[in-house]
Design a binder for this molecule. Structure first.
Ligand SMILES: [Zn+2]
Length: 346
């Protein structure tokens, strides 16, 4: 037998709780409606999408797919926001490909585009992980996450009270050598383009430290660090950043695999930073995925798959539920997102 065919099944006899509905209706602060995450919702009737959200008790769905130029943003606003204004928030994006053309004016140009996107209905700004990995300036040099030339963009987001959902770097193992010690070997083997060896890419710590600098330099702009502040493997680091930067929040999208394999640390993290953590799945409008998240947050079930597929996609381990208290669930499920994303917008 090949190791890749190995499918061990746990023989534990423990609680299996099925959580069909969350304790409170949720705001999903990190998700997508474009391909591939949206699962083709671009063409299916909106009523079907709303049925899934109702079934999962998702009150508001934040779609981060406003894209790079404004084409996708306009399309998503017209298609989803217009059909059900209360159910969706659509975030805009930055068209980095314009940097060579705009040159030293890029920061001001991007800030002006953001103003236009906000006028058209964007209710936040999504920054994809390309910043710090792929984005290049007019000289062809890689742009660091905390590059001062982008200050006008971040300041404008603060002025317009638009939250910035920022994703930098990726799982730490994606930066490690692809060898027998890499805990994400199977995934990287299947997706070689997710591997960021240094060189040519910057080392992981440089990228996340750039994020820390950026947050400290823009205290009047609200940042949501995607995927548990972009460093779910190190909750001590994320906790320190939350302590130092009151303008910083995190979502949990696509990281219950990380949180749930360190359940004692994760539970303490949730209790300590209950006002700063936002619910999100990053899995598309997927009923089964929502239910795994609800089970993780609400129950004390042990050693279960964090994924909806047979083999956990982010590493061959299982997770433990956090059985969060009522007040913490209330904040994480919707109160924090109400304050950070819904406030002042409709
Ligand atoms: Zn995402």
């Amino acid at each position: 037998m090949l190791l890749s065919d190995y499918r061990p099944r746990p023989k534990l006899v423990t609680n299996t709780t099925s959580v069909l509905k969350p304790r409170f209706p949720v705001i999903d602060a990190h998700n997508h409606l474009g391909e591939p995450f949206g699962g083709g919702w671009d063409t299916k009737p909106i009523s079907q999408l709303l049925d899934v959200l109702d079934e999962a008790s998702v009150r508001v769905y934040v779609d981060l797919d406003g894209g790079w130029g404004e084409d996708i943003l306009h399309h998503h606003l017209d298609r989803f926001k217009t059909a059900a204004p209360d159910r969706f928030r659509i975030f805009g994006g930055v068209n980095w490909s314009q940097w060579p053309e705009q040159g030293h004016r890029f920061g001001e140009w991007a800030a002006a585009r953001l103003r236009e996107q906000a006028k058209r209905g964007a209710q936040g700004l999504k920054v994809w992980k390309v910043l710090g990995l792929y984005v290049r300036d007019q000289m062809g040099a890689r742009v660091a996450v905390d590059d001062a030339r982008l200050d006008p963009l971040w300041a404008t987001a603060g002025e317009l009270a638009l939250p910035v959902m920022i994703h930098v770097a990726d799982p730490v193992a994606f930066f490690d050598p692809l060898d027998q010690a890499n805990e994400r070997w199977e995934e990287l083997h299947a997706h070689p383009d997710w591997h960021f060896p240094c060189p040519p890419f910057p080392p992981f710590p440089d990228i996340v430290n750039g994020l820390a600098n950026l947050l400290a330099r823009h205290p009047n702009t609200v940042f949501i660090g995607a995927h548990v502040g972009c460093y779910a493997e190190n909750l001590e680091w994320v906790g320190q950043l939350l302590n130092h930067c009151p303008n910083f929040y995190v979502d949990i999208g696509a990281r219950i695999g990380e949180l749930g394999r360190q359940p004692y640390t994760a539970r303490r993290f949730f209790l300590k930073h209950a006002d700063r953590i936002l619910f999100g799945t990053d899995a598309g409008p997927d009923l089964d995925a929502y239910r795994v998240y609800y089970r993780f947050l609400e129950t004390d079930d042990e050693y279960f798959n964090y994924d909806t597929g047979e083999i956990p996609s982010q590493g061959r381990w299982h997770i433990y539920g956090l059985y969060l208290p009522h007040e913490t669930l209330e904040k994480v499920y919707f109160r924090n997102a109400e304050n950070v994303i819904l406030k002042g917008s409709s």
